[in-house]
Design a protein around this ligand. Structure first.
Ligand code: SAH
Ligand code: SF4
Ligand code: F3S
Length: 443
């Protein structure tokens, strides 16, 4: 008998991407085969995100479209998983309007997937989805297999969940409280990955700076980084995301003294107005943020800095917005992800009666984006002439005969070369710059 074929589509952050790699691992262990086109699949899994409303809308639209697909393929199994499923109102919508879905599972019970899939396959013809969503994590489950997208770089979770309850954010409700993995489990996983050929790891957590606080009295994120840096064979270490309130000078010193930790820091600022930062429940002031950024630039001169910014948070006045706009000039981010505030039910900010009209949000959004873009472009222009080490990760679709990769500072570089270089680190001279990418030539 032919093995059943599965197709996975993922929305959301790296945490979700890595969860999808685990779903692949479990599917493969059960003998199923991954396909890259949905039309070839017998089983479709959507791993969902609900951080902003448009993410959620897109997912619901995509689930809706599967109905026609199912008509052509009556035995198609449809699974929806991930953050969106942790919200009771979403389960209600699916049960009511999208009840052709076969299986729903949440973020805390991924390890239960093989048993649940088996059950769903048996109950293929029942009229209602099989739902298993836990309302909290029971413990950290180790040993779930992963099929990683790349052979030479990998995501490694160091912790799950978030304790911060930023007033706009749904993540603490979908991913629960902070749970750190033991340092032994992390180091062992990375050592195994290195033996399998991985040279770059990205350590994942919603707030990596609070790693270990739930497990250890003395051992913190910097200590973990230091140990990973010493592992034989590892060439590049990245991490995300850092919360400014827990970013320490010890962390900067650890990066500066290390060999393999990449000179790139993603430090979401969200706003520069102290009034708004307080309403966001961020627990730092713009002065503290700027001081930390200054120290980073001072101690690690070639560091690249990226950030997240929310525009149109409830009650954001014109002058609050101009504060944030001026931050863009002051800090000179290499990259910034700007989001329109999106009301998430269940969060504190959603209750505010001072929501900002959509047109005002969009106006502010366009203004700050053009500012940030021109700064990022001028920083890229400043790199022309540099020789950068680039980890090649793929063939360029846009430029035939070219490949692309990332610098230690996480800039994308495109240059002439062939696929035999994929997975290797090569020296590249930067010869031109765009806003979001660099153009280079092999040295
Ligand atoms: N834990 C990380 C990232 C979480 S989500 C951190 O704290 O930095 C990634 C980004 O999405 C956030 O940094 C924030 O800028 C944005 N975001 C989260 N909730 C949002 C909302 N309700 N509306 C708009 N943007 C939001
Ligand atoms: Fe959300 Fe804040 Fe936690 Fe990040 S730190 S996941 S923005 S609550
Ligand atoms: Fe989205 Fe969940 Fe990540 S809400 S951003 S997939 S933690």
């Amino acid at each position: 008998m032919q093995p059943l074929k599965y197709y996975i589509r993922t929305w959301g952050c790296q945490m979700n991407e890595h969860d999808s790699e685990r779903y692949s691992g479990m599917f493969n262990q059960m003998g199923y085969l991954e396909v890259s086109k949905i039309k070839d699949a017998d089983i479709v899994l959507f791993n969902t995100c609900c951080v902003r409303e448009n993410a959620e809308r897109k997912v619901l639209g995509n689930i809706g479209r599967l109905k026609h697909f199912r008509k052509k393929k009556p035995n198609l199994i449809i699974i929806v998983a991930g953050c969106m499923m942790q919200q009771p109102h979403v389960i209600e919508i699916i049960n009511k309007d999208l009840s052709f879905v076969n299986l729903i599972l949440g973020t805390y019970n991924i390890h239960r997937f093989p048993q649940l899939l088996e059950k769903a396959l048996k109950e293929n013809h029942s009229k209602r989805p099989l739902v298993e969503v836990w309302d909290q994590a029971k413990n950290v489950v180790e040993g779930i297999p992963s099929i990683r997208k790349f052979k030479f770089k990998a995501f490694v979770n160091i912790m799950y969940g978030c304790n911060n309850f930023c007033s706009y954010c749904i993540v603490p409700y979908t991913r629960g409280r902070e749970r750190s993995r033991s340092k032994e489990a992390i180091l062992e996983e990375i050592s195994t990955l290195v033996k399998e050929g991985v040279i770059e790891v990205t350590l994942l957590g919603q707030n990596v700076n609070s790693y270990g606080k739930d497990l250890y009295d003395e051992y913190d994120f910097s200590d973990l980084l230091e140990e990973i840096d010493k592992l034989d064979g590892i060439k590049r270490i990245r991490f995300m995301t850092s919360h400014p309130k827990d970013a320490t000078e010890k962390l900067i010193d650890t990066i500066a003294a290390s060999k393999n930790i990449c000179e790139n820091f993603h430090l979401p600022v969200q706003s520069r107005s102290n009034r708004i930062l307080e309403k966001m429940n961020r627990h730092y002031s713009r002065e503290q943020y700027l001081e930390f950024a200054e120290k980073l630039y001072e101690k690690i001169p070639n560091i690249t800095l990226s950030t997240d910014i929310i525009i149109g948070f409830p009650d954001e006045s014109d002058s609050d917005f101009h504060e944030t706009l001026s931050l863009a000039k002051k800090v000179a981010f290499d990259n910034a992800y700007v989001f329109l505030y999106s009301k998430r039910s269940g969060t504190k900010a959603a209750e505010s009666t001072c929501q900002i009209p959509e047109n005002v949000k969009h106006e502010r959004f366009d203004k700050i984006l053009s500012e940030l873009n021109s700064i990022a472009y001028s920083k890229n222009l400043g790199m022309i002439g540099n020789i950068e080490t680039v980890l090649v990760d793929g063939i360029s679709d846009k430029h035939p005969g070219s490949i692309h990769g990332r610098t230690r500072g996480n800039k994308i570089v495109t240059f002439k070369g062939d696929s035999s270089l994929i997975g290797t680190i090569v020296p590249v001279r930067i010869i031109d710059a765009r806003r979001a990418t660099l153009i280079g030539e092999l040295c």
